[in-house]
Write a protein that binds this ligand. Structure first.
Ligand code: ZN
Length: 250
């Protein structure tokens, strides 16, 4: 298969509940509740459907509202299926938090996948005022996150308030909708380490065959390369001149 399976996802987890002796710049005295995963949303690139999977979707939720084993197991299965995993701030948050729950529940490491963190991509190639998902959505005019009451919403979900859960799912879902839009905007700018399509003669980002010849360039070591630009997404591609010539003469 030349086209890699790309998973876009976002997790929501609970805060750690602790006690302190004060309210400002305090160290936690003791941990009352361990954090756990509340929900995650995901989408396969190229498919329309956006999925949200949350704790109340699993049997036994009413008796044990903080048991995320089944939820985490279902996410682990998705990781196993994916060749590439895209998340915003995934390298710092979503991937590591997910791994923490995988190992906690005794799962093995998922099969290897390539990580794309859109926050790091934003940081690397651009100077935006903020690299938050919401700010990128505003700046690129592609949408925003769902507004909510912040920690109150998280606490209400932890208490099993189904109205709160409805909003949480909506919030979680929109994060992946926005993530995909941001990812598609940034994708042509990413370097060759982020190719998701390996078919020769087509765009390494979007897989389009509509490549336009745009002259040549001399690369390191004096190798002449043909330059192409994808007419669908704008990504550049270079092909070794000799390989290309052989290909054309065939
Ligand atoms: Zn393209």
């Amino acid at each position: 298969m030349s086209k890699l399976k790309v998973l876009l996802y976002d997790i929501e987890n609970t805060p750690i509940v602790v006690t302190t002796w004060g309210l400002w710049e305090q160290n936690a005295i003791e941990k009352l509740e361990e954090w756990y995963m509340l929900s995650y949303s995901y989408k396969w690139l190229g498919e329309k459907e956006v999925h949200v999977v949350a704790l109340p979707d699993f049997p036994g939720y009413k008796n044990d509202k903080s048991n995320d084993k089944k939820l985490v197991e279902s996410l682990h299965k998705l990781f196993e299926e994916a060749d590439v995993i895209v998340a915003h701030n995934g390298n710092q948050h979503d991937q590591k938090k997910s791994n923490a729950r995988f190992i906690f529940h005794g799962f093995n490491p998922p099969s290897p996948y390539k990580e794309i963190d859109t926050k790091l991509v934003a940081k690397r190639y651009f100077k935006f005022d903020s690299n938050s998902l919401n700010n990128l959505g505003t700046y690129l005019k592609i949408g925003n996150k769902v507004e909510n009451s912040g920690i109150k919403l998280w606490r209400s979900c932890m208490e099993g308030d189904m109205k709160a859960w409805k909003l949480m799912k909506k919030y979680n879902r929109q994060d992946v909708v926005l993530l995909e839009k941001v990812y598609l905007k940034l994708r042509p700018w990413m370097n060759s380490g982020t190719k998701i399509n390996t078919e020769k003669g087509s765009c390494e980002s979007c897989g389009s065959d509509h490549l336009q010849s745009r002259g040549s360039s001399i690369c390191q070591g004096g190798i002449k390369k043909h330059r192409f630009q994808c007419q669908s997404c704008g990504r550049w591609k270079t092909i070794n001149y000799n390989n290309h010539k052989e290909k054309c003469q065939k």
